[in-house]
Design a protein around this ligand. Sequence first.
Ligand SMILES: CC(=O)N[C@H]1[C@@H](OP(=O)(O)OP(=O)(O)OC[C@H]2O[C@@H](n3ccc(=O)[nH]c3=O)[C@H](O)[C@@H]2O)O[C@H](CO)[C@@H](O)[C@@H]1O
Ligand SMILES: C=C(OP(=O)(O)O)C(=O)O
Length: 440
Amino acid sequence: MSTRVPAVTSQVIAIRPGRPLAGAVTVDGSKNAALPLVAAAAALLRPVRLDNVPASSDVQTLLDLLRHAGWNTEHPVGDDHTVLVLPRETAPAPDGLGEAASSIRASYYLVPSLIALCGRARLPWPGGCRIGDRGMEQHFKVYEAFGDRVRVDDNGYAVEAGKAVRGTVSLVLPFRSRGATIAAVLRAVVASTPLRLGQPNLSPEVLGVLNALTAVGYPCRAGDRVLTLVPPSSVLEEDVPVWKVPGDKIEAGTLACAVAATGGTARIDGVHGPDVTPLVGALHRMGIPTTNEPETLVIHGRDTQPTGRPLRAMATLAPGGLDADFEPPLLGLALGFPGTHLFSDPINPGRHSNLIPQLVRMGGEITELSSTECRFTGPQRLTGAGVEATDIRTGSALMVAGLTARGVTTLGGVDQIRRGHADLPGKLLTLGADICEVTP
Ligand SMILES: CC(=O)N[C@H]1[C@@H](OP(=O)(O)OP(=O)(O)OC[C@H]2O[C@@H](n3ccc(=O)[nH]c3=O)[C@H](O)[C@@H]2O)O[C@H](CO)[C@@H](O)[C@@H]1O
Ligand SMILES: C=C(OP(=O)(O)O)C(=O)O
């Protein structure tokens, strides 16, 4: 049977089914952990060295924004993964940070650092993945709790430091927003004020920032109900602190789904075991054995014994729950497994409408119960088609689906995938996938 490949008008990734993935691959540093660590380094207004910085384009954009706003960055020749962040002796007052800041969601992490530098921040509305309405009102409530004045207009928002607050700043988040939790932590650092934050987000990305701050003298406690942070009693200035960006749990999870989809057996190195526990739990439920060691995840796809049990994959902000960014690649995998499965992402309400129509275009039979919840029965064998990575994780899911679909899957939107991963197709290639980039 011959397969028609759609005409290529801009760079696409072409994927064909091949042999089961095998071998070993090391994940890069995590984009979503690196972004707040870069911002935390900037907020300290002292040199900080970051190791294992990924080359994903969102992280590079944040570093560009920092340089534009008045920080220097240095890296050893030939080693882009090590970055020294340091404030300039005389920093220019940053003007509008413009288009680049509106191309990523995480430009919001710069607000506390800009306040530290010049008492105010003016930024355009953030961008990033188009996965539904992505508000910022909880960030603004955080800044107002610190006495800041917030103004918003059609183009963006401005936060201006008010009179310094005295004593502990105390507030409770209405839901466990990761962005608002980090905003509160970094604003407390800049204000040198104790913080007591109710209902914090306790994702590994937040804990990574708290560990980094603890290492430079900020006593932090992260409990399920309350997070507290206290300014250091004395400043530990002697050495340049070194913070290591943790390995990318989502990249590891995506690769795990890819290996499992092909029935392969492979090792994924560089990821902290507990960070992928919720995803590994889902793989076990489907009958895919894994070994989860402290810095390595092994997928034993060859020994899979599909259970046919229904999988309920519900993205949540609750501590220890399934990170919303695991849900799409897991959905791409579960389509090929027996059972009636229920998937939901109430956190990013536009994600399913990006992904599901494209899986349907590949022949997937998926019932959308609502805009955030869907059900399907597997196993389903998809057929390659021309599809689009409309957001980072839709791209990951379509890659996983393409590895077992009949014929060729061509995936556009390569830039979206690069926002989150320096080279995800290259890692799949290392594991033996039949995948290439096609540039017209
Ligand atoms: C750069 C980064 O780390 N992005 C991650 C972050 O996004 P994001 O910054 O959107 O995550 P939050 O946890 O802060 O927000 C969760 C949800 O609440 C909404 N919200 C948040 C704050 C606010 O003031 N108002 C509001 O409506 C957001 O739009 C989102 O829909 O967490 C998401 C949920 O785990 C992940 O999918 C993203 O990959
Ligand atoms: C949604 C994501 O990124 P961002 O929040 O930066 O748009 C993501 O990493 O999947």
